[in-house]
Design a binder for this molecule. Structure first.
Ligand SMILES: Cc1ncc(COP(=O)(O)O)c(C=O)c1O
Length: 366
């Protein structure tokens, strides 16, 4: 089976973990500090703070931004649930906005009407590894003096106008979950240039502690371990190589699928690079086959396709309690019905890409 994701670990990661095991310092320690330094240098920010998940990174970033009871955070209606759960956990409301059909990212033109006096931040997602329309977004945020926080969980190494994700907004949140472009099993990082945000995020990461056993606010245990950091340090060095292979695989797959009817291929919008965390196509109604049968057909042929995501965020019950209902964000809902992601990770070979293309053609058109 050509799986949708596969960890890409070498001797470097294994040696690094062994060294930590032998050091006797397993919890948050010097490896986490080194990862934070390296991550900030990679993204081009002054600081980075490591966490035990991308969800924790988002939660802490929103906390540092001062998001709390009664506030609103504007974000996309089409993402992983971890984009909006931290907003809810802080007592704030996710104000969802529809997406654009071409790149699946938040539709900037629809943000202005969502802004209210309660808007504390806008948190776009660079979905599938493609940065959203940052220039327009920045213009809007500057006009209304609203902070931008990136959910860059899927987009390490992607750029907009030559600038790295993570360095575009006031803060950028990354996931190091096992299937991501680089990973540590579980893990997350937030980047920023703002020292006060770093202080607040570190406090939040450690039970709301400002100094040894001085608790000044609520907080969690969101610490990363040195074991995880040791893996991430090695993975970070490989980011550009891994991403280049994803891009090459994506280009090759696009070339082979260009002429195939009834599917829509991913596109790259101007002024940015796409790191293809996912290579996502749409299966249109004209295909005459249900998406479930299409995915099952691919799996039978050894291709591990998957759906990211089957529903828009406002179609889940705990989000509908906020007053959202089906039909609110039609472009996101249609994406939820049509998208299918295909394997293009660095372990997918040229031969695999040919197999994937062939499997799609025969499943669709015999
Ligand atoms: C867009 C997005 N946001 C947030 C997250 C949460 O990251 P994690 O799974 O590391 O908590 C993920 C990844 O899973 C994601 O893809």
């Amino acid at each position: 089976m050509i799986t949708i994701a596969a960890p890409n670990l070498g001797k470097e990661e294994i040696d690094a973990v062994n060294a930590v095991l032998e050091s006797g310092m397993l919890a948050q320690g010097p490896q986490v500090a080194k990862l934070e330094e390296d991550f900030a240098a990679y993204c081009g920010t002054k600081f980075a703070v490591a966490f035990n998940s991308g969800t924790a990174a988002i939660h802490a970033a929103l906390y540092a931004a001062g998001v709390g009871d009664g506030d609103e955070v504007i974000t996309t209606s089409f993402s992983f649930m971890a984009t909006i759960n931290p907003i809810l956990m802080l007592g704030a409301k996710p104000v969802l906005v529809d997406i654009k059909a071409d790149d699946y990212n938040i539709d900037i033109a629809k943000i202005a009407t969502a802004i209210t006096p309660k808007t504390k931040a806008i948190m776009p997602v660079h979905l599938y590894g493609q940065p959203c329309d940052w220039a327009e977004l920045q213009q809007l945020a500057d006009k209304h003096k609203i902070m931008l926080i990136e959910d860059a969980c899927q987009a390490i190494g992607a750029t907009y106008d030559g600038k790295m994700t993570g360095a575009l907004g006031a803060m950028g949140c990354f996931s190091l979950y096992a299937t991501k472009n680089i990973m540590s099993g579980e893990g997350g990082v937030t980047t920023t240039d703002d020292e006060e945000s770093v202080r607040l995020m570190k406090q939040f990461r450690q039970h709301g502690m400002s100094a040894q056993y001085e608790y000044v606010d609520l907080g969690y245990n969101y610490r990363m371990t040195d074991l995880h950091a040791a893996i991430a340090i090695e993975q970070l060095k490989k980011t550009d190589t891994f991403n280049a292979t994803r891009v090459k695989n994506a280009e090759q797959l696009t070339n082979l699928l260009m002429e195939v009817k009834d599917i829509v291929l991913p596109t790259i919008s101007p002024d940015r690079t796409h790191v293809f965390h996912q290579y996502t196509i749409r299966l249109t109604d004209e295909a005459g086959i249900s998406r479930a049968d299409f995915v099952a057909g691919l799996k039978e042929k050894g291709v591990g396709a998957n759906i990211y995501y089957p529903k828009a965020l406002h179609q889940y019950s705990h989000v509908q309690k906020l007053g959202y209902q089906d039909g609110d964000f039609p472009v996101a809902e249609q994406a939820g019905r049509e998208v299918v992601s295909l394997p293009i990770h660095p372990k997918v070979t040229e031969e695999d890409i040919a197999t994937i293309a062939e499997a799609i053609k025969t499943t669709l058109h015999g």
